[in-house]
Design a protein around this ligand. Sequence first.
Ligand SMILES: NC(=O)C1=CN([C@@H]2O[C@H](COP(=O)(O)OP(=O)(O)OC[C@H]3O[C@@H](n4cnc5c(N)ncnc54)[C@H](O)[C@@H]3O)[C@@H](O)[C@H]2O)C=CC1
Ligand SMILES: O=C([O-])C1=[NH+]CCC1
Length: 202
Amino acid sequence: MRTAAATAVATKYLAPDNAKVLAIFGAGGQARSHFQTMNKIHKYEEILVWNHTTENGEKFCKEISKTFKNVRFCSNAKEAASNADVIVLVVSSQTPVLKGEWLKEGVHVNSVGACRPTWREMDDECMNQCELYVDSREGALKESGDIIMCQPKKLINGEIGEVIDGRCKVDRNKKTIFKSLGIAAEDLAAGHLVWKNLGSEI
Ligand SMILES: NC(=O)C1=CN([C@@H]2O[C@H](COP(=O)(O)OP(=O)(O)OC[C@H]3O[C@@H](n4cnc5c(N)ncnc54)[C@H](O)[C@@H]3O)[C@@H](O)[C@H]2O)C=CC1
Ligand SMILES: O=C([O-])C1=[NH+]CCC1
């Protein structure tokens, strides 16, 4: 849940205010936790799901349709991406599943998978069209294949912490990416929340 919470915070600061359509790429554990947190940031009118296996994609859609009616499985990744204001990539892919040529103006992409230096989930065109924000510059330059392998070399606009505290200004009309890899501060915050809520039980 802490990974999905970090994505939700990044989306709050980077996505267009009037985001109406959310696309989720993936149908695993992270897809489920992201469905729960992303709905707290925007009141989405529609959720589009793409997954590389139809069976799991449709199963995920059926599950979330119990609490969110307007959800649709797209067998074509382009269809999901090109209609979305916010995209969440939560796949275990080693090659790009998202192409820059599909992106809408002002879209915000949360890239949560591809956590290894040799793995990708976004193509070079996607990387180069967007302003790039990360959780940690140090981590991103060591761990993110999307950043390390991008041609031409992709510059990082800022860390999400710098956006939140005002050191880094964001133009929400531009296309943006939040590259998430996970940082210790997220684990500390999650641990603190659990500790606080345990109260007198311990
Ligand atoms: N940024 C972060 O802090 C974190 C990132 N992750 C990453 O998020 C990703 C998803 O994690 P989970 O949902 O827990 O995994 P999961 O195994 O529950 O789901 C993986 C999803 O990826 C899809 N998939 C598998 N191979 C694929 C391929 N070749 N092409 C396209 N889709 C493919 C599966 O169909 C499934 O929908 C993983 O890459 C994981 O390492 C996980 C936790 C924290
Ligand atoms: O921070 C984390 O837990 C992870 N980051 C990449 C895979 C798992």
